[in-house]
Each structure stands twice: as structure tokens, then as C-alpha cells.
Write a protein that binds this ligand. Structure first.
Ligand code: 5GP
Length: 114
């Protein structure tokens, strides 16, 4: 089932888009948890990380990590450091069932995460 992220991909609802390729889109989180909080998503609908298989999706995942590195550089947080997070399922805290990588930075992260 499609989510709100498909509407963002299709420009049916607005988002602050910071990066786009043929396969990947990245936009600022509407409820940022850090000075930099960007969501990096594939344009194809994959609900959960458990739907990923390496053979089919390895290039796509690589492109998502490339996106994270480019955005981190552009946002000026590549050197200071940042965190990349995929939430998966209920216990993982996933709210939107279209996989997305959270890129969080601009402040010191704590560990363990909440
Ligand atoms: P999850 O909890 O699924 O890992 O993360 C979903 C993220 O999507 C949350 O951080 C939430 O703030 C963000 N989000 C939900 N709806 C929207 C939206 O319509 N626009 C944007 N930019 N972010 C959204």
C-alpha cells in the first residue's frame, strides 16, 4: 500500500527536497530530531527493511548511502559526524511503511538510542 512518501515522490504534497536522482529522493523531516534531519528514500515502494534482498536491491541501497554522503557534505556535517538510522517495524519505531534512511546530524548523538 502506498504511503505519504509516494505522494511526496509524485509532488502531490510538498516537501523540502534536498537531493534527487532517478532512483532516490531525499527531503527534510517534517519533525526534525536534530539540526540536520533528512529522510533518504527509494522511489520504488519497499515497505520494510525485511523486504530487502541483497541481490535485487544492493545497487539501490548503495545509491542511498551515496546520497547520505553527498547530503552530509552539503550540510557541513561530514567531518563532525552524523547518524544513519533505518527503523523497522513496530518495535523499531517505524511509522511510515516505505523504507527510509534517517540522516541525523548537527549535534552530538547519544547512545543507546531511545
Ligand atoms: P519512522 O518513524 O517511520 O522511521 O520515520 C518516519 C518519519 O517521517 C518521521 O520522522 C516523521 O517526522 C516523518 N514524516 C512523516 N510524515 C511526513 C511528511 O509528510 N513529510 C515529511 N517531510 N516528513 C514526514
Amino acid at each position: 500500500m502506498s504511503t505519504i512518501f509516494t505522494k511526496i515522490i509524485n509532488r502531490e504534497i510538498p516537501a523540502d527536497i534536498v537531493y534527487e536522482t532517478e532512483t532516490v529522493l531525499a527531503f527534510r523531516d517534517i519533525n526534525p530530531q536534530a539540526p540536520v534531519h533528512v529522510l533518504i528514500i527509494p522511489k520504488i515502494e519497499i515497505p520494510k527493511i525485511t523486504d530487502i534482498n541483497g541481490k535485487e536491491h544492493s545497487a539501490l541501497l548503495g545509491e542511498m548511502y551515496d546520497a547520505a554522503n553527498k547530503i552530509a557534505k552539503e550540510e557541513g556535517i561530514a567531518e563532525s559526524g552524523f547518524r544513519l538510522v533505518f527503523n523497522c517495524g513496530d518495535n523499531g519505531g517505524q511509522e511510515v511503511y516505505h523504507i527510509h534512511m534517517h540522516l541525523l546530524g548537527g549535534r552530538k548523538m547519544t547512545w543507546p538510542p531511545g
